[in-house]
Design a protein around this ligand. Sequence first.
Ligand code: FAD
Length: 454
Amino acid sequence: MDQVLPVPNPTKAYWLSEPHELARFRSTPDLPATCDVAIIGSGMAGITTAYHLLHSNKQPPNVVILEARELCSGATGRNGGHCKVKVPTFAGFTPGPGSSTVDDMAVYVHGIINGLKQIVEEEELDCEFELRRSFDIQLDDDESKRLKRIYDESAKAGSTWTRTVDYIDERFAGQITSINGANTAFTGPACSFWPYKFVSQLLARLLAQHPRSLNFQTMTPATSVTLSEDGSSAIHTSRGSFKAEKVVFATNPYTSGLISQFNDIITPIRGMTSHIVPKQPIHPHLSNTYNIDFGPEKGTDYLNPRPDGSIVVGGGKWLYNSDRPSWFNNFDDSMPFPPQTEEYWEGYMQRNFRGWEESGAELDKVWVGIMGITPDGWPHVGRVPGVKNQWMLAGFNGGGMSMILTVAKAVATMVKEDAGFDEVAGGLGVPDFWGTSEERLRVGKDEDLMVKRK
Ligand SMILES: Cc1cc2nc3c(=O)[nH]c(=O)nc-3n(C[C@H](O)[C@H](O)[C@H](O)COP(=O)(O)OP(=O)(O)OC[C@H]3O[C@@H](n4cnc5c(N)ncnc54)[C@H](O)[C@@H]3O)c2cc1C
């Protein structure tokens, strides 16, 4: 693919239905000629990196944030809005080349939940943040048995990820979760929030606190970044070029458009999410978030009940999985899935949730979002391999809300201290197999692996 750039006119996501006043903001009519740090991308990764660069910094660097479309119009404005690690992810964890364990990952994600809550409170962000529990529900008996076996073995071995997870057996799974056909379930810690409001309000705070240091430019795609002899970078955009001493790529699925080494390493894929509204709020309110695994033929949907009684629910991948070009290596979020696929969300709550049969729940919106998937399922964080003064955090697969905040702090520290992943990440508890490197790129492009992925 030549130009991997956000496309114009993306489908309309529920989360973007209340545009922030900064949605199409430009701090200055023209781009500045130079800056200390250019951050490309205004999703969770770009804005929290800016936060960590500027926050509590007596001599903040001059930062320019570029966004190709409107503020936060990528995956962060189009996702499921909850933050957790699924039990199947813990159960399927295979150790990477580093020393971080599955328990380290659990600690890391708990830290993200706490960190998000702290920023929401400190910065007074009105983004419907809720600390919650989340269900992982199995409808398939074999999957129930597999997960229970791994959970028991892990608990017996003293694996600490099991300590905040709770198992619900066949007798009670249907009653406790209210899901028709639930065979077994696990619950674990989670939080949910309105990601667009978190990001846009945090950016508004930063612009108010650092009017001279921060310059935000929407509707400005970076078309290429070139390294100059003096070690700075030239950022070329649709509106001209400027010079940045340092660059952070927070471009998730679009990263290979600017860093070609990430071709076939961070691959854009399309996903589908919807918003469902009952005629009146249903009581009792659904307080947990959900991942419902319908079995091997189908897959897993995710569900985030909103505080107003409506539901954000996404997934349904088995409906389009066999039509590979319609989702794999595809970054077009302007094109809806076909009507027969979107229809899946009609009557979804009535079909699946006990107590919702007479809810009159109706489908409000269905939209498309683009994830960046990686061969090993983990993000790439750190210095752009082999390049001076450029860093990245990208490839968050389907779970960026539970990963980004602390890696953004790590990248901000690397930028400030001119450091690499290994010098910083361990101190912040970032799993060591998330560091990007030439070696990881080589393994990811391994011919055999490429054939398997095709
Ligand atoms: C349908 C869907 C459901 C999801 N559900 C969940 C969930 O429930 N929980 C969870 O944890 N995760 C979920 N995710 C994943 C999560 O949304 C992402 O991992 C996360 O938002 C990534 O944040 P980001 O800032 O890295 O990327 P993005 O939010 O995509 O931001 C990247 C930004 O960079 C901009 N950009 C890209 N290239 C350029 C360029 N060349 N020039 C200028 N700007 C550029 C884009 O326009 C975009 O705004 C979901 C994703 C999707 C698509």
